[in-house]
Design a protein around this ligand. Structure first.
Ligand code: CA2
Length: 155
């Protein structure tokens, strides 16, 4: 029996491995491992498979994005981190593999330095979440589940 579960890939950019251990006033106290574990379990409840990847190296992230296409990834949850504001190459990789993504940021970037207001990813994202803390990751997954389950609205 072939595995028919749709796959969502969670990608976190540079320094997010520090989540929960540094700057809790900005990023909270939940660790990246806790986020990843929680999303894997939540995805399974939606009959989805969730894989996750974090790197401090742009090229490794590009390689993981390229690999996603060969794996048949349906959608991406992307926190580009600092690369949000600088990486045309990462934008090109995402557009190149043509996998839809939701962009998520833990902090409200519009309350921070002006240079954080711009992202190389937002205009091509399905949606952008910024400022919900790590709940933004939960919201991103639930959005993918809702989208893939037919986008029906039940009040
Ligand atoms: O708010 C977000 O999620 C950001 O993507 C986080 C990036 C920073 C990622 C580093 O995250 C850390 C987490 C905990 C401790 C230190 C860094 C920042 O450069 C973006 O402007 C907004």
């Amino acid at each position: 029996m072939t595995d028919t579960k749709k796959k969502i890939l969670l990608i976190n950019g540079p320094n997010l491995n520090l989540l929960g251990t540094r700057e809790p006033e900005l990023y909270g106290t939940t660790t990246l491992a806790q986020v990843e574990t929680a999303l894997v379990e939540r995805a399974a409840r939606h009959n989805l498979e969730l894989d996750y990847f974090q790197s401090n190296h742009e090229g490794h992230i590009l390689d993981r994005i390229h690999q996603a296409r060969t794996e048949g990834v349906t959608g991406i949850i992307l926190n580009p981190a600092g690369l949000s504001h600088s990486s045309v190459a990462m934008r090109d990789a995402l557009l190149g593999v043509a996998i839809p993504y939701i962009e998520i940021h833990i902090t409200n970037r519009y309350q921070r330095e002006k240079w954080r207001h711009q992202s190389h990813f937002s205009d091509k994202a399905e949606a952008v979440i910024t400022g919900l803390g790590v709940f933004g990751y939960v919201a991103s997954l639930d959005w993918w589940a809702w989208k893939l389950e037919g986008s029906s609205f039940e009040a």
